[in-house]
Design a protein around this ligand. Structure first.
Ligand code: FAD
Ligand code: SF4
Length: 320
């Protein structure tokens, strides 16, 4: 491991200035320290953002809730108000990794974590995502990789919370240079769709301050399938959020995780569900629409029926 400076930022602006050139933020450290130990990144400076004011607060509200970037995944999983207002978030948080990791991992770090592709994580491999010339997963071990992508990298986004927050149409407030900007969840990840080097849309030194979740969607749910019950990422995950108009769905968003470099959704599937009473046929048709265009590789075709089942079950859980 190469030597680096360690500094603790006291304001968002100083954090962005300290990290912008050759630096990286550290919150819980679960992801960034792994990358440094494996020589995947070699920052000259680690900027601790855990001391930033108001960054560990969960603030309920009538129009929206605000969740600070340094709220831990364990807090999200255990918070009674979140479980009631946004069960999809509590369920997504509870499925992250293991209790030890959830205790230190933060919302901001979870959203900004980097690819788990084993070629990317291997200390001696320099794949396309790291500035090399080849995506080794395309012709290699692609069991956990994407069904959809807009670029030659087929590594899926690994964040559970990104999937649940996309379904709830949350907004990330980001310190960009001297000002704070608002990014929809689509904007937070869209660069990873088209650029093989990107894990999300944030540039060096751009800091997530907090996330705002609007309250109108009164229902949400999250489900995933993983090989191990604990200490593992999902093979496929699904989150859905909606309002209920009587027994009809409205404002529905259904989102898949671990199938694309971004939390994956489709306007066609969401529009189809608008105003529908959910039954098996409706859920199945929505799953067909969401999976239209899925392009499996040699080892990940199992993800298509798995995603189909998860979409149907998550929708049932949403209305159940
Ligand atoms: C065995 C294992 C299993 C796991 N399983 C899952 C899983 O099932 N689901 C899942 O979602 N995750 C999973 N994870 C990933 C884990 O949840 C993330 O690594 C963790 O949430 C990162 O949070 P952190 O606070 O430790 O981030 P850090 O490691 O401190 O930071 C992660 C990245 O985000 C950047 N960063 C940190 N804070 C901010 C901020 N406020 N704004 C902008 N950038 C920031 C850092 O520079 C770094 O690049 C797993 C990890 C392990 C080790
Ligand atoms: S999927 Fe992406 S991260 Fe994995 S080897 Fe290919 S380019 Fe690298």
């Amino acid at each position: 491991m190469k030597a680096f400076e360690y500094v603790t930022a006291q304001t968002p602006q100083s954090a962005t200035e300290l990290a912008a050139k050759d630096g990286r933020f550290i919150a819980g450290g679960v992801d960034i320290l792994g990358e440094i130990k494996d020589r995947i990144v070699e920052p000259k400076r680690l900027v601790n953002v855990k001391a930033l004011p108001n960054s560990r607060e969960i603030k309920p509200g009538d129009q929206f809730w605000t969740i600070g970037a340094n709220v831990t995944v364990a807090q999200l999983a255990a918070h009674g108000g979140i479980a009631k207002a946004f069960p999809g978030i509590a369920q997504a948080a509870a499925e992250v990794a293991s209790p030890q990791i959830r205790n230190v991992a933060t919302l901001g770090g979870n959203l900004a974590q980097h690819s788990r592709c084993w070629y990317y994580r291997h200390p001696d491999v320099r794949c396309l995502k790291e500035g090399g010339s080849t995506c080794y997963a395309r012709e290699g071990e692609n069991k956990f990789h994407s069904l959809f992508t807009g670029n030659p990298c087929i590594s899926p986004t690994p964040s559970n919370l990104g999937v649940a927050l996309t379904a709830l149409e949350a907004t990330a407030h980001v310190q960009r240079g001297g000002k704070a900007v608002k990014l929809s969840m689509r904007e937070l990840y869209e660069k990873a769709w088209s650029n093989p080097l990107a894990h999300h849309s944030l540039e060096a030194g751009e800091l997530i301050l907090h996330v705002e979740i609007p309250t109108p969607k009164t229902r949400s749910a999250y489900m995933q399938m993983a090989e191990k019950h604990d200490f593992d990422w999902a093979m496929v995950s699904c989150s859905a959020a909606a309002r209920m108009d009587g027994n009809k769905l409205t404002g529905v968003r259904v989102v898949l995780g671990q199938v694309a470099p971004v939390p994956y959704r489709s306007d066609e599937a969401d529009k189809f569900l608008e105003g529908k009473v959910l039954d098996d046929a409706v859920a199945s048709r929505a799953a067909d629409l969401l999976l239209t265009g899925a392009t499996p590789f040699q080892h990940n075709a199992y993800k298509v029926p798995l995603a189909h089942a998860l979409i149907r079950r998550t929708l049932q859980k949403l209305v159940g």
